[in-house]
Design a protein around this ligand. Structure first.
Ligand SMILES: [Zn+2]
Length: 418
């Protein structure tokens, strides 16, 4: 089904080849962070296609753009990084590692692209390293500034990179966590990096690894704000086209398996390419990331995973069990909308972020409550939507076992934790 050439009229956002091959089609879905207020439940919502393509020339897996980023990352944007404890620990460890490895001090400048509410830069600031954030979401930028973190309220690209470089503000360390995959104009974004980077400086970028999406069936990490699904092979190619070399790579456990790549100017000979880069490149090739059939088999697995989840939920509800969700992440909204799961199957979900509590999930209108309400409702099953935070959530919510409650993980296939 997916092997038929499509007449998509979409072109690859990196190499402009016409996109002919569909990786998977999750139907129509609302923007995942468009939480609905109680007084707007009766109003219409916008749904957009979630159809992912693979470019057979550069192997960039991508979702065509349907909405301008200004519409997605507006003031209602509900994601505040600081509400996840494990993400904060990750940010602190990164800070310590980078200060040690690159000898950053009071004379350096660390610039973070998509700095959110300052969740990461606060740790550099605490250690006396000057910082600058770049964050277009107004609510997040305001919170960051209130913490004393200077923040440019703009989208990153060539234009702001030139502005800052002209003002003498080039970065010794230029980083972006979970932003590279989220930029619609990939070429403008990556072209800005070597401009803002000081000669001899280092770029680090973290992004979910395409290999894990394919291998572990993480189709719920597909959502509209997530434009590119990145392999080392594809990122190397994009960076090389803009005058940068990836000289190191680390595999991380965050977001179900991410890569942290280290890049420098192509001309900077002071940092030789580490063997880890060649090793991972070889793994990606051997597992088929340059083979269309490997991508096409994924679509079938996604459908099967939906059927199994629905079978589980329908059986549970027919048996009179109460099912709740835990968390209200973007990936949860993809999963619930694709599978058509509403309050008939999952009564409610909870989230620690006060910005989401009292709202309703987009499309499915499942209410988002305070985690405290779980102890009152005593659900039989608690389905963990941000499964990448599974260990943290199971530890926090261990008390559900007092009334026989069980944790359910939906991905790669539904399973109940014993
Ligand atoms: Zn391409």
């Amino acid at each position: 089904m997916n092997s038929k050439p499509s007449t998509s009229n979409h072109r690859c956002r990196f190499c402009s080849t016409e996109l002919e091959h569909v990786l998977c089609d999750l139907g129509l879905s609302p923007i995942s962070n468009a939480f609905v207020r109680a007084d707007r439940l009766a109003e219409p919502e916008l749904f957009f296609p979630l159809r992912v393509f693979i470019c057979h020339i550069c192997w960039l897996v991508q979702l065509p753009e349907h909405k301008s980023p200004g519409q997605i990352f507006d003031h209602d944007y509900a994601y505040f990084s600081s509400y996840s404890q494990s993400w904060l620990a990750h940010a602190r460890d990164y800070t310590d590692a980078m200060i040690d490895r690159w000898g950053l001090d009071a004379g350096s400048l660390v610039v973070e692209i998509a700095s959110n509410d300052g969740y990461l830069l606060q740790y550099f600031k605490q250690r006396g390293v000057p910082v600058l954030g770049i964050e277009p979401a107004g609510g997040c930028a305001t919170v960051a500034r209130s913490k004393g973190i200077e923040t440019e309220g703009k989208f990153f690209g060539v234009s702001i990179a030139r502005e800052l470089a002209a003002a003498g503000r080039q970065a010794d360390l230029l980083l972006g966590n979970n932003v590279l995959a989220h930029v619609p104009d990939l070429n403008d974004f990556v072209a800005g990096l070597p401009i803002l980077l000081k000669p001899g400086g280092v770029v680090t970028m973290e992004f979910p690894h395409l290999l894990n999406l394919i291998r572990h069936n993480q189709f719920d990490t597909i959502y509209h704000e997530h434009y590119s699904y990145l392999s080392l092979l594809a990122v190397e190619r994009v960076f090389a086209a803009h005058g940068m070399v990836l000289f190191d790579v680390q595999e991380l456990q965050t977001h179900g398996g991410s890569l942290r790549v280290f890049a420098r100017h192509t001309a900077d000979a002071s940092k030789p390419v580490k063997p880890a880069v060649e090793a991972l490149r070889a793994i990606e090739i051997s597992l088929g990331l340059q083979n269309l059939e490997v991508y096409q088999a994924f679509g079938e697995r996604v459908r099967e995973s939906k059927f199994k989840l629905l079978e589980f939920l329908i059986r549970a509800v027919r048996e009179g069990k109460k099912v709740w969700g835990y968390g209200a992440p973007a990936k949860g909204n993809t999963l619930l909308n694709y599978c058509g799961i509403r309050t008939d199957l999952i009564e409610a979900t909870v989230d620690r972020s006060p910005h989401k509590q009292g709202m309703f999930l987009p499309g499915t209108h499942i209410p988002v409550l305070d985690p405290e309400s779980i102890a009152l409702a005593r659900p039989d099953y608690l389905m963990i939507l941000p499964w990448n935070l599974q260990d943290e959530i199971v530890a926090q919510m261990a008390h559900i076992r007092d009334w026989g409650g069980k944790f359910v993980i939906p991905i790669p296939e539904v399973r109940v934790l014993i």
